[in-house]
Design a protein around this ligand. Structure first.
Ligand SMILES: [Zn+2]
Length: 193
């Protein structure tokens, strides 16, 4: 993105936020709100920065050196905005995979989660995108991606049951066919918790 167009974007976003304030019955000129459009525009830029990042560039593989056991990366925290209400949903991602000759650096999993979660999302799609990128990029013998999240569009909008947590899981290969690996994965993430 060119510097100018991004500056123009920012100014446009700022003025739209000002309009929202007016439309909901606020006075954007009052003291507490003067800086709000700028702050909201900045927050959106940060919370939706995943659009400017290329998730494929994160995939850099190393030789697994004969390691063919389950690798569990649990408790990756994420914060996203739902595409239906643009309200936050947040929680944790747990990933387990059995390498097939190649492994991905551990910090890269958190990076993948961050890039995808900083876009407008649904939990189902977030789970699927993480799953597919690792599936294609790492070609593991088995893979599981589990996402647990709380959605503020559910909690804040008068729908009862505030402790509501949504779970989504995708799995394939050995993590689907071998119960011992699956239960090892759940034991691992329990320990991490
Ligand atoms: Zn929503």
């Amino acid at each position: 993105m060119k510097k100018n167009s991004s500056e123009a974007n920012f100014a446009a976003l700022e003025s739209l936020v000002k309009q929202v304030l007016v439309k909901v019955g606020e006075n954007p000129k009052r003291d507490g709100l003067k800086e709000t459009p700028r702050r909201v525009a900045k927050a959106y830029q940060e919370l939706l920065s995943g659009y400017t990042k290329d998730e494929k560039s994160v995939i850099k593989l190393f030789d697994s050196n004969g390691f063919h056991e389950l690798v569990t990366v649990g408790n990756i925290e994420f914060y996203s905005l739902c595409e239906h209400h643009m309200l936050p949903f947040f929680g944790r991602v747990h990933i387990g995979y059995v390498p097939n000759g190649k492994v991905l650096g551990l910090s890269k999993f958190a990076r993948i989660v961050e890039i995808y979660s900083r876009r407008l999302q649904t939990q189902e799609n977030l789970t699927k995108q993480i799953f597919e990128l690792i599936s294609k990029g790492v070609s593991p013998k088995g893979l599981i991606v589990q996402v647990e999240a709380k959605h503020l569009c559910v909690s804040m909008r008068g729908i009862k049951n505030n402790g509501f947590i949504t779970k989504t899981v995708l799995k394939k290969g050995l993590l689907k066919s071998r119960r011992d690996l699956l239960s090892q994965f759940y034991k691992d993430i329990e320990k991490i918790n």
